[in-house]
Design a protein around this ligand. Structure first.
Ligand SMILES: [Zn+2]
Length: 206
């Protein structure tokens, strides 16, 4: 048995017997892992390379099963770090403005019908409610929110949420727009919830 085969054997053995080996066995393994960080890294890398499906499935399942915990964790994190996060988002946008701009330009070239649809919708909304915003302003608002949903902090696809809904006379001006994920946006319906309240308060130092 080569060294690599031995390591593989140990790994499989452990997977099969970890329940039986119990806390003492687990503690021994944990200690070994602490003593051999580079070996752990190497094994992890090898395992990931050999089982890409396991990794992504596992992560997906883990995220799904713990979604509420993640959401709560991120909500709390955001509350605790709102000033730093907003500053980071602003600085990031400043550094990457050109990149964002050219990505937007590329997207517009690739999706002419969506651009048309968007500008049509925008024209109608502007006529109805007054105010409008540019795609660049929208990008900036997302960047300032660190590209996270302002309600649950997830990084799913972000949608424009009108804080005061258009149907209630809200404007399409950027000051009435906040990024929410699809789930939060549809959950919100026509309620008028300004998730930016918190960050504004913190920014004002109140
Ligand atoms: Zn959300």
């Amino acid at each position: 048995m080569t060294k690599t085969e031995r390591a593989e054997y140990n790994r499989v053995y452990w997977q099969k017997n970890k329940e039986r080996l119990g806390p003492a066995g687990r503690a021994r393994i944990k200690q070994w892992q602490l003593d051999n960080p580079e070996r752990v890294l190497e094994q992890t890398r090898k395992f990931k390379a050999e089982h890409p499906e396991y990794q992504s499935e596992y992560m997906k399942r883990y995220y799904r099963d713990n979604k509420e915990n993640f959401a709560e964790y991120h909500r709390q994190y955001r509350t605790d770090n709102i000033v730093a996060m907003t500053a980071y988002g602003k600085a990031w946008y400043k550094r990457n403005r050109q990149r964002v701009k050219s990505a937007v330009a590329q997207w517009q070239t690739d999706n002419p019908e969506k651009v048309r649809e968007y500008s049509n919708k925008k024209r109608v909304q502007k006529a109805q409610s007054g105010g409008s915003h540019t795609i660049e302003q929208w990008q900036q608002v997302m960047a300032e929110a660190s590209f996270r949903c302002m309600s649950c902090n997830c990084i799913d696809h972000l949608t424009r949420d009108h804080i005061t809904p258009l149907s209630f006379g809200g404007s399409d001006h950027i000051s009435n727009i906040q990024p929410l994920c699809r789930a939060c946006n549809s959950r919100k319906h026509t309620a008028s919830t300004d998730y930016r309240d918190m960050s504004m308060r913190y920014q004002d130092g109140q």
